[in-house]
Design a protein. Structure first.
Length: 232
């Protein structure tokens, strides 16, 4: 009888622990609720239907994963990708390309930051496996639940920020499709911490017309790989 009681108590304890951790990881965090839809004018260009893998090829993704013994990866957890967080590097030097950022990450130049993808106008570099959390959002909820995309701001001859943002929009659409993430959960870094990031796509430090434009691009590319249908 005593034994049965202790087993029952243990079972109860496990139930409470499971419920408690679920709440701690998200249920109580208002930032994990699906945000209100961003209002935007849909892109009117005709839909060019293509497969997800075709759009992913257009993004031109190179995989260069950070060393597994880097401090950021040793401290990582299992990622639950239900948000996509968009950042901008705020680094205007002419050499601050996607590949340079990836080299810096892999070489240990960023000791307390990591993110999944870096995008410039020519390519995208993947720095972390998509099953691992990065350190980019500034809050545990943001890090544990979102894929981090950094957009480069390098200023060199021939730079074209529009192409960088457009490539990031394509990548975002691919990830939305792969993980079933609603467009409403494509958020600026601002969403988690009120930081002015991605600065070039915010208006006076907040989501406004430029952020709405970015959502319209993501929506357009998502429709191109989803038989013309939006997901928002
Ligand atoms: Zn940021």
């Amino acid at each position: 009888m005593i034994r049965f009681a202790s087993i029952a108590a243990l079972f109860l304890l496990l139930l409470v622990a499971a419920g408690g951790s679920g709440c701690q990881q998200g249920g109580g965090n208002r930032y994990l609720r699906t945000p209100a839809a961003v209002r935007f004018k849909p892109v009117r260009s005709p839909i060019m239907l293509r497969s997800v893998s075709r759009l992913a090829r257009e993004v031109n993704i190179k995989v260069r994963i950070m060393p597994s013994n880097s401090p950021q990866r040793r401290g990582s957890r299992r990622l639950r990708p239900s948000f996509i967080t968009i950042h901008s590097t705020a680094n205007h030097s002419s050499t601050s390309t996607a590949m340079q950022h990836s080299r810096a990450l892999c070489g240990g130049a960023f000791t307390n930051r990591s993110w999944h993808f870096t995008v410039d106008q020519f390519m995208c570099v993947q720095n972390l496996p998509l099953k691992e959390t990065g350190w980019h959002a500034g809050t545990p909820a943001g890090n544990h639940n979102s894929i981090g995309i950094e957009m480069c701001e390098c200023e060199n001859r021939g730079h074209n920020h529009f192409r960088t943002w457009d490539r990031a929009a394509k990548l975002t659409a691919v990830l939305m499709k792969r993980y079933g993430i609603n467009l409403r959960r494509v958020v600026p870094h601002y969403h988690w911490t009120r930081k002015n990031c991605p600065m070039p796509l915010l208006t006076n430090g907040k989501p406004g017309p430029k952020w709405a434009w970015f959502h319209s691009r993501v929506d357009y590319y998502f429709r191109c790989i989803n038989n013309g249908k939006s997901f928002r």
